[in-house]
Design a protein around this ligand. Structure first.
Ligand code: SF4
Length: 247
């Protein structure tokens, strides 16, 4: 066995649940060119590892490449470590510099919303210009549930992060193959594969709303093995619409 694809307990579960998500939601098709957005953190690293490791199980021909977006304010990612890891997994790596703070207009303040919008725009542009038809993101079950409750409680919106999003304006879709995985499974798989060393130290990364929602969700799912979160996730895919409004 290749030493970079060790068979370890949690990583086998990660692979199984990723294959299930990919097959049930038709996230990957023959001939897809998939661009993985990699930050250097555990989520996107486990995503890259998994998409490479599940090739034999999927029996689909698809191409993988990874894009890291460097900014003018956060240098926490060790790019040489990241590119070496990706190379070991057979994934070509590109680093793109985006001056996120440099694009702020006078009087505007830096925040996570601005940063992610700038980076998402560049990611899309890079994918379209380089012929990729899918962009894979490392969001997991906890991210999706937290976003759902944050949108519900802060904006009064029933929305979350879709597992598959087809853009109308661009020939690209977003996919979230780790959607069925809890964060603790990703942390454990990253540790098993020895890829847990690039913690983000972004100075703007103190998203207190998300942290507070995370602890509220932990309160009402306490002691549960993830089943409640998976039921909430399942409800996001359907729902009894007649019982949601009077129309
Ligand atoms: S935590 Fe930092 S890098 Fe992440 S979105 Fe916020 S500002 Fe950008």
């Amino acid at each position: 066995m290749n030493r970079f694809f060790r068979k370890t307990k949690t990583c086998e579960v990660v692979k199984k649940l990723t294959v299930k998500t990919v097959m049930e939601r038709s996230l990957i098709r023959e001939g897809d060119r998939i661009l993985i957005a990699v930050s250097g953190g555990k989520d996107s690293s486990v995503l890259a590892w998994t998409l490479s490791a599940i090739r034999p199980a999927l029996k689909i021909n698809y191409e993988l490449a990874a894009l890291h977006i460097s900014t003018d304010f956060c240098a926490c990612c060790k790019k040489s470590v990241l590119s070496q890891r990706l190379e070991e997994w057979g994934i070509p790596f590109t680093d793109l510099f985006v001056p996120v703070i440099g694009r702020l207009k006078k009087g505007e303040k830096m925040n996570c919303y601005w940063c992610s919008t700038q980076r998402r725009t560049e990611l899309l542009k890079y994918a379209v210009e380089n012929g990729f038809n899918k962009i894979a993101l490392g969001h997991h079950l906890d991210d999706i549930i937290e976003t759902f409750f944050m949108n519900l409680c802060s904006k009064g919106e029933l929305s979350a992060m879709p597992v598959l999003l087809k853009y109308r304006k661009y020939p690209v879709s977003l996919i979230r193959p780790l959607a069925l995985l809890e964060e603790k499974q990703i942390i454990s798989c990253a540790a098993e594969q020895n890829i847990l060393k690039n913690a983000c130290t972004c100075p703007y990364g103190q998203n207190s709303k998300r942290r507070s929602m995370r602890s509220r969700i932990a309160d009402f799912t306490a002691g549960d093995s993830g089943a409640i979160k998976r039921r909430i996730f399942a409800a996001l895919g359907g729902g009894e619409k007649d019982y949601l409004s009077e129309e």
